[in-house]
Design a protein around this ligand. Sequence first.
Ligand SMILES: Cc1cc2nc3c(=O)[nH]c(=O)nc-3n(C[C@H](O)[C@H](O)[C@H](O)COP(=O)(O)OP(=O)(O)OC[C@H]3O[C@@H](n4cnc5c(N)ncnc54)[C@H](O)[C@@H]3O)c2cc1C
Length: 300
Amino acid sequence: MPLTLTHDVLLKERTTLRLGGPALAEAVVSCAAGLDELARVLPGLGGRPLALGAGSNLLAADGPHALILVRAANNAPAELSNQPDGTTLVRAGAGLRLPRLLGFCQRAGLAGLEGLTGVPGRIGGGVAMNAGSYGVELGSLVSRVRLWTPEGGLIWREAKDCAFGYRHFDPQLGTGKGTSANFWLIWEAEFILRADEPFAIRKRMEANYAKKKATQPVTAKSAGCVFKNPAGSSAGRLLDEAGVKGKRLGGMAFSTVHANFLVNEGGGTAAEALELLEYGRAMVFDRFSMNLETEVVVLQ
Ligand SMILES: Cc1cc2nc3c(=O)[nH]c(=O)nc-3n(C[C@H](O)[C@H](O)[C@H](O)COP(=O)(O)OP(=O)(O)OC[C@H]3O[C@@H](n4cnc5c(N)ncnc54)[C@H](O)[C@@H]3O)c2cc1C
């Protein structure tokens, strides 16, 4: 099916924090024909479109959301093309899971992504968030991104024409080409990777995962780090020193493993999560006069 529409979809069933009330509908698109169909039906669905990946960076409020969740389901294995300079261009659909791409590249002897070992999510969400870990930001490896808008369809956008920042991506559609768009969906991305021994890549991935497992609640229900690290500092350390680590409210808590992870220990609500988030921010401000910026995407 190019396009599958489902009404009244619970965000708590679509997010790793397991929080969030119902969205009006969800559109799952598996191919370009599905995107054409989506452009036709979207205006009649009555809500604001929101691109959704694996929901691993979302904190959705408990009440109803006037949203149409748009999920790219193009998750075929990545395609490779060797470049004259010895690098390899890797093209991946937005619906492909990031860990699957890492595994595929390791077996193919393609290096560059190893820092992102243990980061969940899909390619679309990874590029949209410019996911980063252990010195690697996904955006730094992007060559170009294929975007879809209801008005303009599919277009390729070179990385140099996009803005990548700390957990930030903007395709800058409103500038440069005379186009403007309220909603855009990442449909595909191309990455430039370099050749290395599969065994050496695997060793680096294993070392990174071991480090993550030792320092982060990797199996808990979370959305990763809730606050961005202030320049030259660590939000986790600041929260820890402000006494926030382990603080709980109802079913939600700041992890005892890593203070910057808010975890749903079972039966938690978004109201509790949001209250804890503001509590953590206030405690750090009181202690260090530093204002922590939210990293997790909050859907109110
Ligand atoms: C245990 C754990 C560990 C984590 N560790 C890290 C880490 O080390 N580093 C890190 O950076 N993050 C980390 N995260 C956060 C998260 O995994 C990343 O931000 C991930 O890239 C989000 O991808 P997603 O597909 O889940 O996106 P979602 O959570 O579904 O969406 C996130 C944002 O991206 C947008 N988006 C999603 N798909 C698309 C698309 N196709 N087109 C346009 N916009 C889109 C959404 O609208 C939303 O604004 C962690 C999360 C967990 C649960």
